[in-house]
Design a protein around this ligand. Sequence first.
Ligand SMILES: [Zn+2]
Length: 581
Amino acid sequence: MTSDTKKRINYFYDEKITEYFHGSGHPMKPMRVKMTHSLVMAYGLYKKMEIFRARPGIVDELTQFHTDEYIAFLGKVTPNNADDHLKEQVKFSVGDDCPVFDGLLEYCQITAGGSLEGAARLNYGLCDIAVNWAGGLHHAKKAEASGFCYVNDIVIAILELLRHHSRVLYIDIDVHHGDGVEEAFYTTDRVMTLSFHNYGDFFPGTGDIHDIGYGKGKYHAVNVPLREGIDDVTYKTIFEPIVTHVIEWYQPSVIVLQCGADSLSGDRLGTFNLTTRGHGDCVRFVKKFNIPMLVLGGGGYTIRNVSRCWAYETAVVVDKEVPIELPHTEFYEYYGPEYKLHCPPSNMENMNSPDYLETIKLKIYEHLDRSRHTPSVQMQERSWDKRIVPDNEYEESDDEEMEGNGTNSRKSRIPYVRTYRYKLLYDQSSKDKHKNNNNIHTLATTTTAEIVDQMEIDNIPGPSSADAVVPPVNVAATTTDAASESHTDQATNSVTEDPALAPDSMVDGDDDNKINTTTATTSAATTSANTTNNELSSLSSSTTTADAPTVPAPVSIASPNEVTIVTTATNQESNHLPETE
Ligand SMILES: [Zn+2]
């Protein structure tokens, strides 16, 4: 482990997420992300990082993992027409736990956008750690919603990371097993999944210690099944040695850390007894390895604890000590009567005896030691991270020929180009100009602006066909708005500037407000759409679209979603204020 050096932190937040509502009484409350953000800003953590609003993920991005049919369904079903789609609701497990609500697909696009953009910026070396508390929705499957998760932003972000990284380590400290991510990468050695979770008569029921991966992925899934009531000290005795062992064994070039906060004491659905300090220690510990990291949210249903935890973990990530007394925010009343950053443990019984933990630790070591990691992508050469592509990258594969359709086979060799466009909400270079400003909304609004600075990165290759676990870029045309919008203006990568973002509409007289920019980073990501041995499809129980994947021309970066000005402080009365718990 090397020393902890100064990190460049990118943080993704889109207030629009609070506009979506799973229904009264539903445990998942997107407001927790805004509560977190309020604390992050009030603590002044914005001074130590750059804050972005990511462009929502487009349909083509979501269908890199999910089926077209499933995403199209999420885009068309509404509370009003849900009765017309009863069969599909059953088919895609949308209904009870994962209810239909207005703007369902948009909500998924927003949660995924931050994770995708974080992955992309890590890929291009633009930051060392990217944070998206709205992401981390680890239960979603290829064509099935599960456990309040509809779109698996983690899988999609990992697919993005695989374009530039040879080995991705996924660590999950949610109280629930990270089943959707494990399943997606169960047969590959390019992604190692490590999940610490409550196991035994507990959702989702998977995550046995003997589930270790399959085929090439054997020993690349690690499950740490824990009993109820685990506390900080006990968790540390199992988390730190196993994480160390796995990192040394696997030598990942990037880590995705899912920080589900339902492992905290007193969670509405959870069964563990961790405090915010113990939870945050996990983030601190992983960070010390100095490996680029994507930090995501996840579960967490006692939202006053979730927000405190993630705010604290943001402080850990930016390496700043923050006072235990909570700063004043619009949600201050929810933190009473203590108004403290940290929450104490309860007196619940810890069912994890030292013997039990020692046994599972040794079992996991035994699994790993049984096989020395023999990567399909070489370990010692970091240059692999820059170019993971076969020499025959642009040669036509047999598969393409077999697809028969000459047009498709031709098109499929056009690199899939993702075009990024994000809004910079706060630039750390202007940190000294906002010394006393604790109002996040004013701050965010008055520093919001756009630059157009496109980088064409057409030459960035995708992973090699031999190693790829990237599923086909399954972009067969869908009829959703997002998809059709994204295909306009395909001939060029022109950037559409929105008049709503002109400087005079956002600056309210503060000389310090520099006109910031939205950088439109055009990343080219060739996915070996047809040459990939798609290990994922064979895994999933869901139907795989048989259509030949059509690779789109460069995606226009113009999207109506991007022009929304950040809500100002005067417009915070939300219909979905959290319940006091
Ligand atoms: Zn959970």
